[in-house]
Ligand binder design. Structure first.
Ligand code: 5GP
Ligand code: ZN
Length: 117
C-alpha cells in the first residue's frame, strides 16, 4: 500500500467506492466522475505507478480477465467498449496507480476523441 494513494485505499476497502469486481489481485469500481454510461476502473490491488512499472504477468492477466468479466456483466461486450490507460503527463494521468478505464454504453467519439495534428 502506497501512502496517500487513493486507489490503494479504495482497493483495500478503506475508502468507499462502487465496487463491481474483486479477486486476490485486482479490484474494479465505478469512476467517481463518469464520462460514459459505463465507466469502470480496473486496478491492481498492489501499487504500480503505471503500465511501465514492471507489473507481474499474473497481475496483467488478472486485469484482462477482470475486463472480460465486467464487460459481460454490464452487457457492453455486445455493443462495444474502449480500454484506456493514461500514462504520464501528455496523456494526463492524474492518479499514479496503474488503472485501465473501461468505457462504453453509448457510441464513443472515434479515435478516442483525438483530432489529427
Ligand atoms: P486518469 O486521468 O489518471 O487516467 O484517471 C483517473 C480517474 O480516476 C478519473 O477518471 C477520475 O474521475 C477517477 N477518480 C479520481 N479519484 C477517484 C476516487 O476517489 N474514486 C473513484 N471512484 N474514482 C476516482
Ligand atoms: Zn496505489
Amino acid at each position: 500500500m502506497s501512502e496517500n494513494c487513493i486507489f490503494c485505499k479504495i482497493a483495500a476497502g478503506k475508502v468507499p467506492s462502487k465496487m463491481v469486481y474483486q479477486d486476490d489481485l485486482v479490484a474494479a469500481f465505478q469512476d467517481a466522475n463518469p464520462l460514459t454510461p459505463v465507466h469502470i476502473l480496473v486496478v491492481p490491488k498492489k501499487h504500480y505507478e503505471n503500465i511501465l512499472d514492471d507489473i507481474p504477468s499474473e497481475v496483467l492477466e488478472a486485469m484482462v480477465h477482470a475486463v472480460s468479466v465486467i464487460v459481460k456483466q454490464t452487457g457492453i461486450d455486445k455493443t462495444g467498449f474502449r480500454l484506456i490507460t493514461n500514462t504520464g503527463d501528455d496523456a494526463g494521468q492524474t492518479v499514479h496507480h496503474f488503472h485501465i478505464h473501461i468505457m462504453g454504453g453509448r457510441k464513443l467519439d472515434p479515435s478516442a476523441g483525438e483530432k489529427r495534428d
